[in-house]
Design a protein around this ligand. Sequence first.
Ligand code: CAA
Length: 277
Amino acid sequence: MLKQVIKTVSSSQAPKKYFFKQFCTSTTEKKGRVGLVTLNRPKSLNALSDGLISEINSAVKLFQEDKDVGSIIITGSEKAFAAGADIKEMEKVTLPDAYNNDLLAQWHDLTKIRKPIIAAVNGYALGGGCELAMMCDIIIAGEKAVFGQPEIKLGTIPGCGGTQRLIRAIGKSKAMELVLTGNNLTAVEAEKAGLVSKVVPVEELLTEATKMAEKIASYSQLTVAMAKEAVNASYELTLQEGIRFERRMFHSTFGTHDQKEGMNAFVEKRTPTWHNK
Ligand code: CAA
């Protein structure tokens, strides 16, 4: 099932090693300090089957454990990031099946990854596809991207955070409109509403996402992880608790080598060298 290729690429400089893994419905590769996961189920517009979700989880866990990887990108094809959970797989699921197997619970594994994850979205990000993008830390969209929670049209509701994360991203009225009518947002509308951090030409999506991912990966991984944890804490905490948590995390950075290095480099007008400790 799994084809793994470890290639040695010759370049003008020293030979460089990189890995590329072809799974059944996705590929995983490492480009410098960036881990890239590409969903690849073209016939079903990257519908998120159990298998595909398992592959995404395996890939991001691999990158979480890889000290050379500083950030991760999840992307799809030009036509679809992902058109939702796999309706054909879910069609016959009964309530006891769904409840006993805790249907969709494994999707949330993505939110346990401590390295930053960018969703690079071209085409459809619908239902579970929109929810997958929202579980990432930053969404960058190609101009033709389409976001929506159309589950209402299927006689169900979003099941993987759509009713909870969308309202935090775009507010109650717009979230309600999307969830209750099944209407979609264009990329530009999604950016205006705050769901998406930036919109770029379709063919430049991966380049732009990679630039952003490389920039994040160029900083101290320790500090980046603390910053991500502090921002995400706002989902769970009251303002007072969140501010206090942030301040304690801020204090913690003063116990790191990289805070000393960062501030000293500023004072000495030089580029810092991060040690991730
Ligand atoms: N699950 C399974 N298969 C899907 C799919 C999905 N979510 N979305 C598309 N496909 C399949 C289609 O069945 C079709 O397969 P066949 O060729 O075998 O018929 C193929 O992908 C191409 O799709 P279309 O012919 O429909 O392509 P289109 O360009 O005409 O339309 C679309 C594109 C508007 C995205 C349309 O496919 C669509 O509406 N898809 C479903 C979107 C949706 O409802 N998503 C929510 C799913 S439920 C969910 O995600 C729950 C949750 O909270 C996790």
